[in-house]
Design a protein around this ligand. Structure first.
Ligand code: ADP
Ligand code: MG
Length: 264
């Protein structure tokens, strides 16, 4: 099957007056449609840089990034923007605007792109209902719990109909208990909407509880240390349910060892 996303020998360095910071070295991997990939690696190794390259915000110094096999990201205006429409980006901070209601926050992206029509409004109404936010559509973001805010941010991202979601530590600002609940929510939503996702996280247990595969990066400049494929005897478990399986413990230990070797 043709991969949705393919990186071949991608390298990237930041250039500044102080010199050159090599962030990524020789990164190659494929992501299939519908897969959930987690990316872990030491802090500062280049994980956010990797997502910026995939989203087209940065372009690789060498190597290539293709999308659906026929899509080279080289930041030429037309290709770049067509690609970006298919990619949704969700960050640690939810960036909800307090001066807008929840509803007008989730429709913001569509408004900007002049794509807010009856059909997209119906899709948003359904998501607000399905994901427990209908009662809060006219509330301000400050009236929502941390978990609800993240769900609202996710709906805003999904409203644009992206094929691929890039999630950069989206849960790390939440307290532990909320994080467990939101992981379950987000995972259920993404499976239901049949989305492909790339999640950057520094939380190893989060990676094991959510992903189909985990890409382990080395310290900066990041290269791929290992790609771990997760197989659970029982398929389709929620992240929370995965946490009480024996495989969870095994994969967690494996990942822990890789990451500690990494530190040396
Ligand atoms: P991570 O997300 O894994 O913590 P980043 O991708 O944010 O790491 O950063 C990788 C490296 O690149 C870090 O050493 C960081 O200091 C450096 N870096 C990030 N952004 C810039 C920038 N705009 N200019 C120069 N260096 C940067
Ligand atoms: Mg980062």
């Amino acid at each position: 099957m043709r991969p949705l996303l393919e990186l071949i020998n991608v390298c990237y360095a930041y250039h500044s007056r102080g010199g050159e910071t090599c962030a990524l070295q020789d990164i190659s991997f494929q992501v299939q449609q519908g897969e959930f990939i987690a990316v872990v690696g030491p802090s500062g190794c280049g994980k956010s840089t990797l997502l910026s390259l995939i989203s087209g915000l940065l372009s690789p110094e060498s190597g290539s990034i293709s999308y659906n096999g026929d899509f080279a990201v080289d930041n030429t205006a037309s290709e770049g923007s067509a690609l970006r429409e298919k990619i949704g980006y969700m960050l640690q901070k939810d960036h909800l605007f307090e001066w807008r209601t929840v509803y007008r926050n989730v429709t913001l992206g569509l408004e900007i792109q002049h794509r807010l029509d009856e059909e997209s409004q119906a899709r948003i109404d359904k998501m607000l209902r399905d994901y427990g936010l209908e009662r809060f559509r006219d509330a301000r973001p400050s009236e929502l719990s941390g978990g609800m805010r993240q769900r609202a941010a996710l709906i805003r991202t999904l409203a644009l109909g992206p094929e691929l979601l890039l999630l950069d530590e989206p849960f790390s600002a939440l307290d532990f208990q909320t994080r467990l609940a939101v992981c379950d929510d987000v995972s259920a939503i993404l499976h239901r909407e049949k989305k492909t996702a790339l999640l950057v996280t520094h939380d190893l247990s989060e990676a094991v509880s959510m992903a189909d595969r985990i890409i382990i990066l080395t310290k900066r400049p990041a290269s791929i240390r290992k790609i771990l494929e997760l197989k659970f005897e029982q398929e389709g478990l929620s992240p929370l349910a995965r946490r009480s399986t024996k495989e969870f413990q095994e994969y967690f230990n494996l990942l822990w060892e890789e990451m500690n070797d990494n530190e040396e």
